[in-house]
Design a protein around this ligand. Structure first.
Ligand SMILES: Cc1cc2nc3c(=O)[nH]c(=O)nc-3n(C[C@H](O)[C@H](O)[C@H](O)COP(=O)(O)O)c2cc1C
Length: 130
């Protein structure tokens, strides 16, 4: 059984910032190594992130996130177990309010807007149900 966490936090930088790329670079490589998948969204000065994977790796990432100074007011809004991954193909998908993008590892973004909308609906709908 896999664990998941869904949280929101306040961004230190209100709009898309170069440090987002550092976050994504770390997330994409480290998450792949640790068997974590998920999605990061930023909007209106908030990050909303969902991640899932083995319990020990999820707990380690939560501990890292809690002391990361690129955001604050880290607030867990859902956590628990999932039988199957919700974001199986994404080491960390990403979207922002202006230029929505998927994770940097995605080569073909032709059909991105549709996919992102589906994922964001899923993420927010999921947040509302828990
Ligand atoms: C909004 C946000 C999202 C992040 N998402 C991830 C992530 O999905 N995976 C990851 O490994 N690090 C992520 N990080 C970075 C971690 O906080 C931390 O820097 C990273 O796990 C490396 O920790 P370490 O330097 O203690 O090894 C994120 C940071 C922020 C601010």
């Amino acid at each position: 059984m896999l664990e998941y966490v869904l949280y929101h936090s306040r961004c230190v930088f209100q709009d898309f910032h170069i440090s987002d790329l550092d976050i994504l670079r770390t997330a994409i490589s480290a998450n792949e190594e640790h068997g974590l998948t998920g999605f990061l969204h930023r909007e209106a000065g908030y990050f909303v992130q969902y991640y899932e994977g083995p319990k020990d790796k999820v707990e380690q990432l939560t501990a890292n996130l809690m002391r990361d100074t690129r955001h604050y007011d880290f607030t867990i809004i859902g956590q628990g177990q999932v039988e199957a991954r919700r974001f199986a193909d994404w080491s960390m998908g990403y979207s922002g309010p202006k230029t929505a993008q998927m994770g940097l590892d995605v080569q073909d973004d032709q059909d991105f807007p549709l996919k992102a909308a589906v994922v964001i609906d899923h993420l927010l709908g999921f947040a509302q149900r828990i």
